[in-house]
Design a protein. Sequence first.
Length: 268
Amino acid sequence: MKLANVNIDAAESLIVFIGDSHTVGQGATDTGDDRVRGLPAPPGVTDRFHQRDPSSGVWVDQFARHMRSKTGIGMHQFVNAGRGNHTIRDYLGEPVTIGAGGVGDKDHTDHLAEVLELNPTLIILQPMIINDWFHGMPLPDTKSAFTRMIGRIQSAQVGLVVIGPAPIITLSAPFDYADNDEYAAKPPFKDDLWGYGRYSDYYDVIRSVCAERDISFIHTYEYFLYRYKREDHRNWTIGESAGRIHVNQHGHDLYLEALLQALDSTNG
């Protein structure tokens, strides 16, 4: 089986997911079908790659289970290397003197180096642009850091697929959030939170860099909005662990659907 022209071999593949809290699993539930309860860590991989909610509904887990059923690949051949509340520069371990530099879970570790040491076959990267926008990274810094990140991955000759993060709740993109009780406690964010640009501007940055570097890009933004029209996929931002910048279980299911569509189209 192939994803973005990368062979996923049942015996030899190691697939690593890089991302922020959307990859870590915030907002998902542990209910539903017989999904596994989080990915096990391969030998030698520390828990730093598994500081995630113990839920089985995360799109990363769902995709791993799907691939296991289709190819026989083991669950130990998938690694969730998501890091919550990290900007792109934080994930690279670079000193940050503005925005997110002094906020949240930042250990100034080069997590990408840790990932590359695993010699993965394929990296599925969900860029941390929500945190770049939320913590006030200037757009040029985001573009520069993202370009360095994918450059290092390509230099290591690792297969790479980039999946765009889901939409977030802002004043110009409220969806049906205003009809929910959470609106009063957690109103939508200003579109230009810190004056550096809208979230869509950050999304466009990663999309344009992928186009320039000929990297496979799964465009989720319109996909989420399209699926929003379906009654069973509405309110994908509502919930105690979701809201505004996180998705709930419906949102994780949509990530999975978008990824599987790319897998199916690749394989004809």
